[in-house]
Design a protein around this ligand. Sequence first.
Ligand code: 5RP
Length: 225
Amino acid sequence: MNQTQKKQLAAKSALPYIPSGSTLGIGTGSTVNEFIDLLPSITNQIESIVSSSNASTKRLEKLGFEVSSLNSVGDVDLYVDGADEATKHLHLVKGGGGALTREKIVAGAAKQFICIIDDSKQVGVLGAFPLPVEVIPMARSFVARTLVKMGGQPVWRENFVTDNGNHILDVHNLEILNPIEMETQINQIAGIVTVGIFAHRAADILIVSSDKGVTVTTTNDMSKP
Ligand code: 5RP
């Protein structure tokens, strides 16, 4: 199976989790694009859709879906998104596509968060993928210097502006041994909009596709011995 086929498999495996009459939150990225492309087959199950990026909104609208604002729908029943890295504890690194802020907002508003990845994204410890951090433009250098003091090597994602008009620093060489603690710590730096660690609001269900099929891990599995 090539990587596109794996992404398609992960996307398809999320469909049975969509409750009928649901308000659906849609993430961003190539794996989620595969999921979006499957939605016309289940239109009757969807009450409304909220999107995490202009790119996903555009794709959804092209397929004929109307995209609602989060403010107009209240709670989201189910949020489906990909990730750049995921652990067995369902902690994630996200933001490779630069949509981390709206992704974190929609994930936060969702009753359930399903993360769909292929097996190349599964890691023991987060941090090999450079950690995306969205910053207010005037704070970029200050935030970068602070991240250096924390042991990271931030690189400005030049020629990239987020949907919110901000900049991204990709932080290399961080070994994220305690994702909850590091998410809290980085959130304290003035000028940071969002850090791409999703640990406080981790996924509830992780679907991983591989040559062998899919494995599904839920938060309930994590409490098993
Ligand atoms: C975008 C994201 C994506 O979920 C992440 O980058 C994974 O993307 P892909 O499915 O293309 O590998 O966080 O901000």
